[in-house]
Ligand binder design. Structure first.
Ligand code: ATP
Ligand code: MG
Length: 423
């Protein structure tokens, strides 16, 4: 570890505290030399101390450095995710080298909460500039009691309600979410990528959406219910998992939770952070759907197929919604697994239930199954597949750019890098 030499970056009485949290100490000697006289730096072995222990033993204003050189990049992104979900607002800076592998890891790092990078070959001045920049960018405080500012819940909440298990709600939610996020990618803001689109996976079995997206999430719906006061754009940008398309994901680890908590406050907060929330409520008995979720929904899209069992469930669902006072113009129909020769026509189903028909999605079992098994969406594996073409009307309805002028992208170094990487 390097000696303590309190020569602050900015005119303050305290030296900048840096913690290199990595599985080896190969950079500590160089960083110690370069920053000697400007900062206190110490190495904490990430193989011995968990992310939580690190946060408990580190001062609030310390900056955590993560090693993005050589083979440690993916490891560091995982650690960044853990640190961000446990303590959103922690100042995380990557230590990297220039090179193609660095670029490959950049977006994942930023999405996991890394706010900037220093290059191990930088001069002292260049490193100090990065610390200054991160230090002067506002971050949420590490004080847990600090409430997020009040904002208006103006975002749309589209409830995708599968009328029975297996009708294809999670497949639809993930593909539609990724398509929308890809056509309108997040723009970096203050060194962070802010997604405008959230997939709230309340479907059962739990976590199907994460499975289909090939993602892992360290922060879930239950934690979000307990963090409503702190939930703002920065919190969501760091704590929520993000798919490569830019889609943010919040999943539910426990099916019983929905019965116990009315999520009105959380939904309001999510709608103030995300312009659009797609909520997968497939496979969930309608009796389990919280009133607040039904009330908050700006649209309720019923997903059914032509099978007789599905039509019976559609009938029951519409009746139940009627009894709960939620049968109104928000209700629309999507017919999935459609086979033109396979029974009642889509238009007949819509007519029978007096529901506007939003989309008819063809049966595409083989291609969907083979790619789901690999944690891959058709948007990546087969972008011209008829399944995706059939989602076009939904995509059009939810395209937030319709009629709106896109805001100009800020010309920060991260914005330029993200553009360079085609995101
Ligand atoms: N249009 C389609 N054509 C063929 N197979 C489909 C289609 N949509 C979904 N599937 C397949 O149906 C199965 C169930 O899909 P999915 O998990 O999306 O349904 P779900 O309604 O979310 O189910 P659950 O209620 O169990 O959560 C999956 O194997 C999926 O690949
Ligand atoms: Mg599902």
């Amino acid at each position: 570890m390097s000696p303590v030499m309190p020569l602050p970056l900015t005119p303050s009485t305290n030296a900048l505290q840096l913690v290199l949290y990595a599985p080896d100490n190969r950079h500590i000697a160089r960083l110690g030399t370069m920053l000697s006289g400007h900062a206190e730096i110490r190495w904490v072995d990430s193989r011995e101390i968990s992310a939580r222990q690190l946060l408990e033993g580190t001062p609030d204003d310390a900056v955590v450095l993560l090693d993005y050189c050589g083979g440690n990049a993916a490891y560091s992104t995982d650690i960044a995710r853990q640190l961000s979900s446990q303590q959103p607002g922690t100042s995380l800076i990557g230590v990297g080298t220039t090179g193609p592998e660095q670029a490959n890891h950049l977006l994942a790092a930023v999405r996991s909460g890394v706010r900037d990078f220093i290059d191990i070959d930088n001069t002292t001045t260049q490193m100090l500039e990065v610390f200054e920049r991160v230090g002067s960018t506002p971050t949420p405080t590490r004080n847990m009691a600090m409430p997020a500012p009040e904002t208006k819940p103006s975002g749309r909440l589209v409830l995708l309600l599968g009328v029975r298990p297996g009708v294809g709600t999670s497949t639809l939610a993930t593909h539609l979410g990724a398509m929308l996020a890809e056509q309108d990618p997040p723009v970096p803001e203050n060194g962070q990528l802010h997604s405008w689109l959230l997939l709230l996976d309340l479907g059962q079995p739990s976590a199907d959406a994460a499975l289909y997206l090939g993602m892992e999430s360290h922060f879930n719906y239950e934690q979000a219910l307990h963090s409503v006061e702190r939930l703002d754009r920065t919190f969501a940008g760091t704590a929520f998992a993000h798919h490569a398309s830019g889609l943010a994901l919040l999943g539910n680890a426990s099916g019983t939770l929905l019965k116990k908590h009315e999520p009105g406050a959380l939904l309001d907060r999510l709608r103030s952070v995300f312009a659009l929330t797609l909520c997968d409520a497939g496979g969930l008995p309608i009796q389990l759907l919280p009133d607040a979720l039904l009330r908050s929904a700006t649209e309720i899209w019923l997903v059914a197929d032509q099978a007789i069992g599905s039509l019976v469930s559609l009938d029951q669902t519409v009746r139940e919604l009627d009894q709960r006072g939620q049968r109104d113009a928000r209700l629309k129909l999507i017919v999935n697994h459609y086979d033109a020769n396979g029974g009642l026509a889509d238009t007949q189903i819509a007519q029978r239930f007096q529901l506007p028909l939003l989309a008819t999605i063809p049966d595409r079992s083989r291609v969907l199954r083979s790619n789901a098994g690999l944690g891959r969406l058709l948007t990546e594996a087969a972008p011209r597949d008829p399944y995706l073409k059939a989602l076009a009307p939904l995509q059009h309805l939810l395209d937030r750019r319709q009629g709106a002028t896109a805001a100009p992208a800020p010309a920060s170094p991260l914005a330029r890098l993200a553009n360079l990487l085609g995101k």
